[in-house]
Design a protein around this ligand. Structure first.
Ligand SMILES: CC(C)(COP(=O)(O)OP(=O)(O)OC[C@H]1O[C@@H](n2cnc3c(N)ncnc32)[C@H](O)[C@@H]1OP(=O)(O)O)[C@@H](O)C(=O)NCCC(=O)NCCS
Length: 218
């Protein structure tokens, strides 16, 4: 069977994406069709799906932000405009990872890596300075009675605990920058917490402008 591949998201992917997201997060309400349409209208270049011969198997959605506007504190709802990407700002230098997920039946087989590689390709192609994301900490609930989310994340960074999301992101070359609370309050597994992570684009040239071509080969 052919390995999954990545491509830019299309409007006709929306129903499949919503169904997949509901399987990935049974306890969190999925995006609405309207919000996904808005994301595609606001910043089509930043919306990527992974596809196999059987259909959509993952997605990575991103927007550009002026990071200084959000660095001190923000929630997922605030920065993404509750999923509408209304704060997408092409004058910013930061590609912000708003969502990434992979079909639960295919996790651990490199699809997440393909999606992260696509994000790095976008960042390089647009001459953006970095990718920043706030990653869920889905393993934290197992230790929440014992220690803080910050200490949990540190243990993951030190290699003493494994977290499905943060361990993956570290393997993908991201640096851990600390924990924020109340990022997604409904995210019981992470107890609402998320880790801020960053990847600096080694090819970023501050003397050149941001480029947003209509299509970016992935
Ligand atoms: C986080 C997530 C996107 C990662 O996607 P993924 O497809 O599982 O990621 P990969 O397969 O590329 O890498 C995951 C692990 O599989 C391993 N792996 C990669 N390719 C592999 C292969 N061909 N065979 C076996 N293992 C492989 C990686 O080394 C990695 O190991 P690690 O768990 O020790 O870090 C996915 O787990 C997910 O959708 N989680 C639920 C949604 C979620 O919480 N998203 C994050 C929002 S912030």
């Amino acid at each position: 069977m052919k390995r999954p591949w990545v491509r830019q998201t299309r409007a006709d992917d929306i129903p499949e994406l919503i169904a997949l997201q509901a399987r990935v997060y049974p306890a969190i309400p999925p995006w609405s069709r309207r919000k996904l349409r808005e994301q595609l209208e606001v910043f089509p270049q930043g919306q990527v799906v992974a596809e196999s011969e059987d259909g959509i198997v993952g997605c990575a959605s991103s927007m550009i932000v002026m990071w200084n506007d959000w660095a001190e504190s923000h929630s997922w709802k605030e920065i993404t405009g509750a999923g509408t990407f209304e704060h997408h700002n092409p004058d910013g230098k930061t590609l912000y990872g708003a969502e990434v997920f992979v079909d639960p039946d295919l996790q651990g087989q490199g699809v997440g890596h393909l999606l992260y590689e696509a994000r790095r390709t976008l960042c390089r192609a647009m001459n953006l300075k970095r990718i920043i994301a706030c990653g869920r900490l889905p393993g934290y609930h197992r230790y929440a009675d014992e220690f803080s989310a910050e200490f949990y994340a540190q243990k993951v960074v030190w290699g003493d605990l494994h977290d499905q999301v943060l361990s993956f992101q570290i393997k993908e070359g991201f640096s851990y920058c600390g924990v924020i609370e109340d990022y997604i309050p409904e995210d019981e597994e992470s107890r609402g917490c998320a880790s801020i992570i960053v990847w600096l684009n080694p090819t970023y040239n501050p003397n050149l402008p941001t480029l947003i071509p209509e299509e970016i080969p992935l």
